[in-house]
Design a protein around this ligand. Sequence first.
Ligand code: SF4
Length: 221
Amino acid sequence: MSASLRVRVHEIYDCIQGESTLSGMPCTLIRLAGCPLECSYCDTPEAIPFDNGAWMTIEEICGEVTRKHRPLTLVSGGEPLAQKNCPSLLNQLAQQKALLQLETSGTFDINKLHPRVRRILDIKTPDSDEAERNLWRNIPRLKSGDEVKFVLCSKSDYQWALSILEQHCRDLADDIPVLFSPVESRLAAKELAEWMLRDNPSARLQLQMHKHIWGMEATGV
Ligand code: SF4
């Protein structure tokens, strides 16, 4: 039944997962179309309109993922959870053997997703211009296999992230990593590394591996 439901797909392609603790894994990336946010640093603006890309049935998408036979499947966007059929897509993908990650802005409820879905919760910082949309109730729902990500543009974003760790993430289980990822056109990784060495936050520095392999301007990687 749910296999015949449709979602709007911006693109599906093979890549090396460039982010998260699974970075480096060969991956099939399903980029869903549409996002209601307008982050200042968005690197996939072409995926934002809800009418971009094409409709595909969940069955068609799962067939393509099966053919590609990668060890990791990543559902990203846009904001995937902005599409009402995304949870059904995740349910079907969860029946396959590959590891399954979801990248979400954290502005939609992540409850009630299939337990095999590894959720990467992207906390929006003040310099993203979308911080007021964060749904803080998502954080206590995180489980083993999930991750928290802060995309940082500046020193003030970094300091804000430290305060959020203190306010909202103190009770996170040890096996839920927190990642600090600089927008490299706005914040040098070296500078962020030095702040982290000084302050010792319970977080890891994350660089976007795919951009270091294929270049900062490359798309579809
Ligand atoms: S949530 Fe993601 S896709 Fe949407 S505007 Fe922000 S960075 Fe772009």
